[in-house]
Every structure is written in C-alpha cells, then in structure tokens.
Design a protein around this ligand. Structure first.
Ligand code: GFB
Length: 315
C-alpha cells in the first residue's frame, strides 16, 4: 500500500473513520477517496455501486454503520442492525466486484459472548450468547465478519476482520442519547463543573470493566493490520486500558477539574460486566499503542472544549 494508493475509508464521518482519515494523511497517503462529502450513502446499494464503479478504491477500511452507547442500543436495535447490515452488504460486495486489493472490516467487542473468559480471545467468538443490550447490533457485526470470510473462501478476497476495544477520542459523540461512556461523561462532568454542581450522576453501578483505546491509536492499529495481517482468523485491536467505569469517571472528574461527588445510578443498565481483549496476536506482530489513558482523556477533553468553543455539532 504506497502513498498513492486509492484508499476509501467507508464511514469517514464516524469516530474511527475520522481518526483514520487524519492518521492516513499524517502518514503521507494523499489519495483518500470518498472522504467527507464525496462519501456515498453506505446504506444505498446503487450509490455505493456507482462510487466503486467510478473510483475503484484499492484499499477499503470499512468503519461505517451506525453505532452508539448502551442507551441507543436498547432504544433503537432495529435501526442499528439494519443500517449495519445494509452497509456491510453494499461495501463488501462492491469491493469484491470492483477489484479492491484488500478490505479491513471493523467489527465490535460486543460481538463476544457475554460470559466468555477474559481477556476475550477470538476463539471464543460464537461460543455463547452475546450481551442482550446490544444483541441486534452485535449480530450485524458477526454477519459482517462472516461475510468477509465467505468472500475470502468463494473468491479469494483479501478481506480481514478486526475486533476493536471500546474507542473514544476527537470527533466522538458526546451526547447522552447515543454517546458511549467516556465522551458522555466528559460532557456531563464539564457542564457540572461550569454549573457549580455538587454531584454528578454516573449510569450503572460503576463496577463494570471496559478496555478503552484512544481512537488515534486504534487508527494506527488499523493501518498496521491493513499492511501486515492476511489471516482469515479475525484479530483483536486492543492494548488500551482495562478499567472500571467508576475509575474512568474519577479520572475524567480529575482531568476536568470537577470536585463534586460521583453518584452511581443503579437504575441504569450496566451492560456486560467485562470487556477486555486479548491482543497478543497484534502485539506479537510488533504493534503497541502510544497513548496512555490519562493523556487520551486530556486530548479528547481539549478537542471537546475546542469544538463547543467554535459551535461545532458534537453528536
Ligand atoms: O460506553 P457504553 O455505552 O458501552 O457503556 P458498552 C459502558 C458502561 O458505562 C456501562 C456505563 O456500564 C454504562 O452503564 N455508563 C456510565 C455510561 N455513565 C454512562 C453514560 O453517561 N453514558 C453511557 N453510554 N454509559 C456498547 C455497545 O456497550 O459498546 C455497543 O452497546 C458497542 O454496541 C460499544 O459495542 C463498543 O460497552 O456497555
């Protein structure tokens, strides 16, 4: 993959997609096709078809498809599942028929069985039921993985699948309605500080553990496996920080400068008790993350403040 390669980040308007576009540019790739307004509606078969027929991307990062935090997954499972199934089918089929050299499909750690041994190993995929609160979305993500595998077996396509840890960073969704825990807490903690609140409510018991990875590190890991991983077996992209929600909330409060009390609202769902990935395969290939959790929180908070200062819509 040389710097003149025609690279399509399908889903450039997502957290990971935006980080990928930034990182690929920083790494000197100058032929990023279908970015921003040029991107076809990934759910529209004819639009995706026309785009691939005209542009013929050589390398495809499939990061698209609607996603969201635990509340959105509980409230709109059909929307999430349908949008992802359409996106997956449209992009993977067009990538094959218009001769893409390689495609990286980004699945999700919620596709792992809820009771699987931690840290999560790819061998445990499909070995048991997934977390019910995100089952519809997870099922679509499993379908994407299996569709990549099917195109490899039937047509010999160099389509690979990765399972990332819970990512956060610039361009994230900071809303309560659809945001994940880190961006949502950064916004609520910032507002609580500004309003002089004496306490801040965190959803759930605070005891669930998550492995968080900074979106910029995840983008680098994606580029690394696009370049160096060819196996049919999916690969975990972790290497972040395995931390409890309570510890994450305390770290955010400290980084934002909020001195009030954290209140854990157990009427809100906890979701999966654990989600940490075994990323030994990735590390053995020589990749490792470069941003620690506190620095990632600080940079994301700085980006958030910069965005609200210039009135940029952040959800
Ligand atoms: O980030 P989150 O929504 O994703 O929630 P999941 C993680 C944990 O943070 C849960 C708690 O235990 C939440 O109860 N939490 C505390 C909060 N405060 C908040 C808050 O203000 N907002 C949110 N959103 N959570 C998602 C899946 O599960 O993981 C998706 O639903 C996807 O499909 C994503 O897989 C990566 O890790 O629980």
């Amino acid at each position: 993959m040389n710097r003149l390669a025609r690279i399509f980040v399908a889903g450039g308007d997502t957290l990971l997609g935006a980080a990928l576009l930034d990182h690929l540019s920083e790494c000197g790739f100058i032929n990023l096709v279908g970015a921003a307004a040029d991107q076809p509606d990934l759910g529209d078969t004819l639009a995706v078809e026309a785009f691939f027929e005209q542009i013929k991307p050589e390398f495809v990062f499939l990061a698209g498809g609607k996603s969201g935090g635990i509340r959105l997954n509980r409230q709109r499972p059909a929307d999430l599942m349908l949008d992802n199934l359409r996106t997956i089918a449209n992009v993977i089929d067009a990538a094959h028929r218009y001769g893409a050299k390689k495609l990286l499909y980004m699945a999700s750690s919620c596709a792992y069985p809820r009771q699987a041994a931690q840290p999560l190993q790819v061998e445990s995929l499909l070995a048991g039921p997934v977390e019910p609160s995100s089952e519809a979305y997870a099922t679509a993500k499993i379908a994407g993985w299996k569709l990549c595998e099917a195109y490899r077996r039937q047509y010999g396509c160099r389509f690979i699948t990765a399972f990332p840890a819970n990512a956060f960073g610039p361009h994230d969704d900071f809303s309560d309605e659809s945001g994940h825990v880190i961006p949502a807490l950064i916004r609520r903690t910032h507002e609580a500080k500004l309003n002089g609140e004496r306490s801040l409510t965190v959803w759930g018991s605070g005891s669930p553990r998550r492995e968080f990875i900074y979106s910029r590190d995840l983008a680098d890991a994606c580029l690394f496996v696009m370049r160096h991983y060819e196996n049919e077996i999916p690969i975990n992209l972790g290497g972040g920080t395995d931390i409890s929600i309570a510890e994450a909330a305390r770290t955010i409060a400290e980084m934002v400068g909020f001195r009030g009390k954290l209140i854990f609202d157990s009427t809100k769902p906890d979701g999966a008790p654990f989600k940490a990935l075994d990323s030994a395969a990735l590390f053995d290939m020589g990749w490792k993350p470069s941003t620690d959790f506190r620095t990632a929180i600080a940079e994301t908070y700085r980006w958030y403040r910069g965005s609200i200062a210039c009135g940029y819509a952040i959800h």
